[in-house]
Design a protein around this ligand. Structure first.
Ligand code: PLP
Length: 451
């Protein structure tokens, strides 16, 4: 190989010996590639054909990617808990790394992902409509199935109208950015889900955050707002990491006093709370006073997608202004039909919700009895406080090895000393599975000094 120094025109960077080795491993260069008579300019043009620009140029934007080593260190220690591929799923049992594990980290609260009606409906829709809508709801992507689902969701939540989105994330983006415009204000509880925070960022209004559940604090902030300002208060019905329930009756009083719209994200309440599983507002008997119910199909409804339910005029407006619905493809046919079937099963089989609560009490009482700190949870979301990050990953791994899958919650979602393992229950967990988890928690809690 001839000794050449390659200097690149645009950056002045030189080809290092490491790059030369990389080049020799790439596709065979043209025969005159290493001819020392070639000018550097010629070479730079040709080398660029073989080496990724990232290797050759200094791209400041990517510096953070090269210095991001945290996840690799945890991977090297064998404690990395993320992106674990599931190779098979049978409802409460999944196979990961070749072994069955009890799934205690899913939002499949009613266990409907494997219900025969849901699977049959999804298969039939796949055959009838094909694999995708290949377009926006606004244009070529609306199916009669979407409209049917919207009608049945509106009935279920006792609202005039409903709009289906392609994810729950987009439903929050669409509702907030569609309604909160320049000069308006949106008030968020500090523990609201990231999709609400992002929706507020996407809107042209001003975001005001209040401490979790601090309605006196919220009211102080509302008092400072000039009359006739457009305002939305939006909260999680059930908080996704803590499992506590928003105090909707108190929020309604505050919202009405200051003429603010009230929206509730019922992602973790549908199928869980309410006399029919119809969510937080129904749980408190205040459906008429909540302006918008937003939710997802990725939890109790066993699929993917989202919705917003409210008055006819508000939903009609969102249909024409919610960019996260207009500028994306519609929910695919199989998912839409699956959600419709799941919504019907949810109503036809109330015993699932009852079973979910029996399981919830079993795990909550068991963990509290063992001496674990599980915070203010009132629902099937049960976070178990472990403490520092390293111990949390170690606890997670050892639980995983004991056949129990949970989700670690670490900074920035929680303060560094407050890391936890988030467990969540399903109606279809057996008592034996819950006891297996409790036994593993008890043993590891003692070994790792958590209890
Ligand atoms: C409270 C809350 N809202 C919205 C979402 C977003 O739902 P989706 O998974 O449908 O995008 C989630 C999902 O984690 C959630 O927990």
């Amino acid at each position: 190989m001839a000794a050449v120094t390659v200097v690149f025109r645009n950056t002045g960077a030189q080809l290092t010996p490491w790059h030369a080795v990389a080049l020799t491993r790439g596709p065979a260069p043209p025969c005159d590639f290493w001819d020392p008579r070639l000018s550097c300019t010629d070479l730079s043009t040709r080398v660029a054909d073989f080496v990724r620009t990232e290797t050759l140029q200094h791209i400041a934007l990517f510096d953070k990617c090269k210095s991001f080593t945290r996840a690799r260190e945890i991977q090297a220690a064998g404690l990395y808990p993320y992106f674990k591929p599931i190779t098979q799923s049978e409802d409460t049992v999944v196979v990961i790394e070749g072994e069955p594990r009890v799934m205690m980290g899913s939002n499949n609260y009613l266990g409907l992902t494997h219900h025969p009606d849901v699977l049959a409906a999804a298969k039939a829709a796949l055959e009838r409509y094909g694999s995708g809508c290949t377009g926006s709801r606004f244009l070529n992507g609306t199916l009669d199935l979407h409209e049917r689902l919207e009608i049945e969701l509106a009935e279920f939540f006792d609202k005039e109208s409903c709009l289906v989105f392609s994810t729950g994330y987009q439903a929050n983006l669409g509702v907030i950015s569609g309604l909160v415009g320049r000069g308006d204000l949106v008030f968020l509880d500090k523990l609201d889900h990231a999709s609400i925070v992002d929706g507020a960022k996407m809107s042209h209004g001003e975001t005001v955050r209040f401490n979790h559940g601090d309605l006196a604090g919220l009211e102080r902030k509302l008092q400072r707002v000039p009359a006739n300002t457009g305002m939305m208060i939006i909260v999680d019905g059930v908080y996704s990491m803590e499992g506590d329930i928003a105090d909707l009756p108190a929020l309604i009083k505050v919202a009405q006093k200051y003429c603010a719209a009230l929206a509730v994200d019922d992602a973790h309440s549908v199928g869980v709370l309410g006399p029919k599983g119809d969510g937080t507002a129904a749980h408190f008997g205040v459906t008429d006073e909540v302006d918008l119910i937003v939710g997802t199909f990725s939890k109790s409804l066993a699929s993917i997608g989202g919705f917003a339910a409210g008055s006819e005029s508000v939903i009609h407006y969102l249909k024409h202004h919610a960019r996260p619905m207009i500028f994306t493809a519609a929910l695919p046919p199989a998912n839409t039909a699956g959600v419709l079937a799941a919504l019907r099963v949810l109503q036809q089989e109330p015993e699932r919700r009852e079973r979910l609560w029996v399981n919830t009490r079993r795990l909550q009482d068991g963990l509290r009895g063992l001496g674990f700190e599980i915070g203010p949870t009132e629902t099937p979301i049960i976070p178990v406080l472990i403490g520092p990050l390293e111990k949390t990953f170690l606890f997670w791994r050892q639980l995983f090895d004991a056949g129990v899958f949970t989700n670690p919650v670490v900074p920035p979602a929680v303060p560094p000393s407050q890391c936890r393992l988030r467990t969540s229950l399903m109606a279809t967990h057996t008592a034996e599975q819950i006891d297996q988890a409790l036994e593993a928690f008890a043993r590891l809690g003692k070994e790792l000094g958590v209890i």
